[in-house]
Design a protein around this ligand. Structure first.
Ligand code: NAD
Ligand code: WQD
Length: 355
């Protein structure tokens, strides 16, 4: 076995897809999740996918713990002891942009508090490699495309959620620096995701939003499956080819694989790395491109109405993903058709998510 990975927030959308890749590659996984935005069923489904693929022996331990509760989080580390985890992939966090402006303190408390607890305990139990789920949102209102890792961050972030990501990047940077040239240096990889969509091709796991989806593709797929009447397109007067917002959609299977590349990168490179990588495809698609692609994949007409711009949205956002390829050997392989086909496999066989 290549080792045991601590996966925080591993029952969620991106976490569950990453667990699939980790188990497939032979890693043992310990998931810490309080299930505030996920279901235990996601991990049962991952086990079932593994069985379908002929892998019956997997080492996957779920510990239902709120990471803001330091004592409860320490039980996870106590269970495996000093040196028990080779690294940590830190997905856990609250992520709804709109909600973060209604209850900002909850977002700061949850996202920052859980991270501070995690770092203290990792250091105490000698787990000194972390991959952090950041977001293209840290680039704020960047206007020069494509966005590279050197594009300035912080300015123009319009919501508390985005600021938690920016602040956690800063915390990780300061903490990393404090450990350079000590006997116990840390390796940190920050992954800035663009727009993750799609699902495992089996359709057994996927994104399972609570209530009306905030993000485009979960909404579009719920219209296709008949759960919602129509999509509201948030503005068609942007300076883009068809006037609707352009984003870099990335298949969640590709994105998940990026985490394996990151932990392998940390294991093989110097022990005191601090690296930042964009995880995107480098391609931009408009809202209407996505609607058309989903109509094709599902065979359903997707009704939409043009509405007002959504406050805080930008016209265009897509990645320069060269650094991840050059440094970690990772690049997205799947395209728009794959994303929509797999999203439809998930949505059509689970019209109400895991419920
Ligand atoms: P998700 O909500 O499906 O997964 C996050 C998981 O964290 C959930 O299972 C939730 O129950 C858990 N969690 C939250 N607070 C916790 C706490 N205090 N203790 C223990 N568990 C807790 O979200 P996702 O889409 O899988 O996103 C994973 C990470 O990637 C998040 O940090 C998110 O901000 C980031 N991200 C997501 C996107 C996206 O569009 N999905 C884009 C960029 C970055
Ligand atoms: C995509 C496009 C909308 C919904 C958000 C977060 C970001 C990251 C990814 C976590 C935009 C349009 C959307 C709808 C629409 N998450 N749209 N009708 O805004 O690029 O990024 O998710 O880190 O932080 O901000 O993604 O999917 O919400 O929107 O027209 O009902 O679809 O205006 O152009 P976004 P999105």
């Amino acid at each position: 076995m290549p080792g045991r990975v601590l996966v925080t927030g591993g029952a969620g959308f991106i976490g569950s897809h990453t667990i699939y890749h980790l188990l497939k590659a032979g890693y043992s996984c310990t998931v810490v999740d309080n299930l505030c935005n996920s279901s235990l069923k996601s991990l049962d489904r991952v086990r079932s996918i593994m069985e379908d693929e002929g892998v019956t022996e997997v080492d996957l331990d779920l510990m239902e713990v709120d990471m803001c509760d330091t004592k409860a989080l320490e039980t996870v580390f106590e269970k495996y002891g000093v040196g028990g985890f080779t690294c940590c992939i830190h997905f856990a966090g609250l992520k709804a942009v709109g909600e973060s402006m209604k209850v900002p303190l909850l977002y700061y408390q949850n996202n920052l508090g859980s991270t501070l607890n995690l770092l203290e305990l990792m250091d105490k139990y000698d787990c000194r490699r972390i991959v952090f789920s950041s977001s293209a949102t840290v680039y704020g209102a960047a206007t020069t495309m494509p966005i590279t890792e050197d594009t300035p961050t912080g300015a123009g972030i319009t919501n508390a959620y985005g600021r938690t990501k920016y602040m956690i990047e800063g915390i990780l940077g300061d903490f990393h620096k404090s450990k350079v040239d000590t006997e116990k240096p840390w390796s940190v990889v920050i992954l800035r995701y663009f727009n993750p969509v799609g699902a495992h091709p089996s359709g057994k796991i996927g994104e399972n939003p609570n209530g009306p989806p905030n993000n485009l593709m979960p909404y579009v797929s719920q219209v296709a499956v008949g759960r919602r009447e129509f999509l509201t397109v948030f503005g068609n007067d942007y300076d883009t080819p068809d006037g609707t917002g352009v984003r870099d959609y990335i298949h969640v299977m590709d994105l998940a694989e990026g985490h394996l590349s990151a932990i392998e990168h940390m294991a093989t490179k110097a022990t005191d790395q601090y690296k930042v990588f964009n995880l995107g495809t480098g391609n931009g698609y408009s809202v209407l491109d996505m609607v058309k692609a989903m109509e094709k994949a599902s065979g359903k007409e997707i009704a939409y109405k043009i509405g007002e711009r959504r406050p805080g949205d930008i016209a265009t956002c897509y990645a320069d993903a060269k650094a991840a390829k050059e440094d970690m050997g990772w690049e997205a392989k799947l395209g728009l058709e794959d994303m929509c086909r797999d999203l439809w496999a998930w949505q059509s066989s689970n019209p109400n998510g895991f419920e």
